[in-house]
Design a protein around this ligand. Structure first.
Ligand code: FAD
Ligand code: NAI
Length: 475
């Protein structure tokens, strides 16, 4: 007889596993089907391992560059095998933790590949070749996304790497090409440049991190340039071939105001990080009448409901930014809705962080987007170079910017580039959710000396009363 449950969750990434925990807490009989690893991309081959390598490579670089603050390290070396082993320990621990949370919340899970098999039915292909059919009242699709390949650069994860391959290197490449100067590209360029690789970033558009305001990306590219990273913008990687001495030669084409020029680059490894696409293929959408959009995303409403009754979808599989915290929030909402509670996605903002050096963290739209909308805004920008804590931490690159509505002072966006930006952004998210004004932020007492004071200072500039900046009118 087929197993029968209340809810099947397909995929155990930050969307699926959070959803399953909430469903378990609501007393619903929940089965998670995961084909590879608990925690999904984020925990195993994404957010967590990348942050582990970012941390480790920063520790190395800080020691190497410590002479200016009186720390002189001699004979410093990197043991890549040990670094990778530590990283794997981190991801294993967290993945096992999810298994524990499932048990604690009475969530069952099975390792296998699942797909919809018509209304109320899910098929699981198990490792032993058998197929199990499960009957269920609801299904949550949380199958995530996978990297996009470009013609002529097939992933082999030996020399032509996707992000998973780039996170698993057992040796530091002498020369690394990074195709795509977006979030993954810049984070990984940072890691390997810090560890000593000669990195070249190849970006098709005319600037690095093109979805961010140019002044947010600049401190990052400048810091990378100091490490010897070359940024080739408006450049396409046309083709590649293996050279006689085992290198990869890439033919490049750059188009700028001067015209089109061709060049060749020889490297040991290539990371292709040109975006990700939703994993909507092969999961039986057609058996319940769901049609993905042109880019492969599964359309959903604010309650994460698809067009098929009883079928929900969350995370990278659905439109919106491909971020772990967005996936988890959607997972919670889907679970609440299935449990019969009144819930819908109504967050004002989804924070976005790039873990480069310096970090970039934002809530709300970019300046260029607000300007394109014709919004009347006031902008306060405070440089970390004028902040006591930043100076005493040797971390003066960057700034904090508060953008408010010109008429009523409501904060519309906060942009930070600098040390600790990933942590600093949290209070700004709360400010936007609570419709705080720049004055509210300026009136809040911030501990001294902290990096967070930059936000209060930026808010003071918006209100026209700067304390540690010259009194120029907010733009
Ligand atoms: P996923 O995490 O992709 O999980 C989907 C799961 O479904 C996978 O485990 C997969 O094995 C499983 N699955 C797929 N198909 C099936 C099937 N048919 N049957 C059974 N199981 C199936 N986001 C951030 O917010 N912060 C970061 O710092 C960050 N860093 C990143 C770094 C890298 C290198 C990468 C690649 C991504 C990063 N992301 C980051 C993005 C983040 O990983 C994703 O947004 C997030 O993992 C999406 O969660 P999800 O649950 O939708 O899908
Ligand atoms: P991305 O969309 O951030 O960047 C891709 C870049 O590649 C863009 O700048 C694009 O213009 C460029 N590009 C596209 N085609 C190209 C080509 N043929 N040649 C050269 N350049 C090309 O995608 P990325 O970096 O792959 O990351 C995927 C997703 O993972 C992101 O959208 C993000 O949501 C998520 N992520 C989030 C992180 C975080 O929150 N810190 C970290 C890493 C990934």
């Amino acid at each position: 007889m087929a197993r029968s449950v209340d809810v099947v969750v397909l995929g155990a990434g930050p969307g699926g596993y959070v959803c399953a925990i909430r469903l378990g807490q609501a007393g619903l009989k929940t089965l998670v089907i995961e084909r590879e690893f608990l925690g999904g991309v984020c925990l195993n081959v994404g957010c967590i391992p990348s942050k582990a390598l970012i941390h480790a490579s920063k520790v190395y670089r800080k020691a190497l560059d410590g002479a200016a603050i009186g720390i002189v390290a001699k004979d410093l070396t990197v043991d890549m095998a040990a670094m990778q082993a530590w990283k794997t320990g981190v991801t294993t621990k967290l993945s096992q933790g999810i298994g524990g949370l499932f048990k604690g919340n009475k969530v069952e899970h099975v390792i296998g590949t699942g797909k919809l098999a018509g209304p109320g039915k899910v098929e699981i292909a198990l490792a032993d070749g058998s197929v199990e059919v499960v009957e269920t009242k609801s299904v949550v699709l949380a199958t995530g996304s996978r990297p996009i390949q470009i013609p002529g650069f097939p992933f082999d994860n030996l020399q032509i790497l996707d992000s998973t391959g780039a996170l698993a290197l057992s040796e530091i490449p002498g020369a690394l090409a990074v195709i795509g100067g977006g979030v993954i590209g810049m984070e990984m360029a940072d890691v390997y440049a810090r560890l000593g690789s000669k990195v070249t970033v190849i970006e098709a558009l005319d600037r690095i991190l093109p979805t961010f305001d140019p002044d947010l990306a600049r401190p990052v590219t400048m810091k990378q340039a100091k490490l010897g990273v070359k940024h080739l913008v408006a450049t396409k990687a046309l083709r590649q071939e293996l050279t006689a001495d085992g290198k990869i030669a890439i033919d490049l084409e750059t188009t700028d105001k001067k015209g089109t020029t061709q060049s060749r680059l020889e490297v040991d490894k290539v990371l292709v990080s040109v975006g990700r696409r939703p994993s909507s293929h092969g999961i039986g959408l057609e058996t319940v009448g769901i049609t993905p959009d042109a880019r492969g995303f599964v359309p959903v409403d604010r309650q994460m409901k698809t067009s098929a009754p009883g079928v929900y979808a969350i995370g990278d599989l659905v439109p919106g930014p491909m971020l772990a915290h967005k996936a988890s929030k959607e997972g919670e909402i889907a679970a609440e809705v299935i449990a019969g509670h009144a819930a819908a996605f109504d967050s004002v903002c989804i924070p976005s962080v790039v873990y480069t050096d310096p970090e970039i963290a934002t809530v709300g739209p970019m300046l260029f987007e607000l300007e394109a909308q014709g919004r009347k805004i006031k902008v306060g920008k405070f440089q970390f170079a004028a902040l006591g804590r930043a100076i005493s931490s040797n971390a003066t690159d960057g700034f904090a910017r508060v953008v408010a509505d010109a008429d009523d002072g409501t904060i519309l966006a906060v942009h930070i580039v600098g040390a600790e930006a990933s942590e600093l952004i949290a209070q700004s998210g709360l400010a936007l959710e609570m419709s705080a004004t720049a004055e509210d932020l300026a009136l809040t007492i911030h501990a001294h000396p902290t990096m967070a004071e930059a936000l209060a200072e930026a808010a003071h500039i918006v209100t026209g009363h700067p304390l540690h900046a010259m009194p120029t009118p907010a733009r």
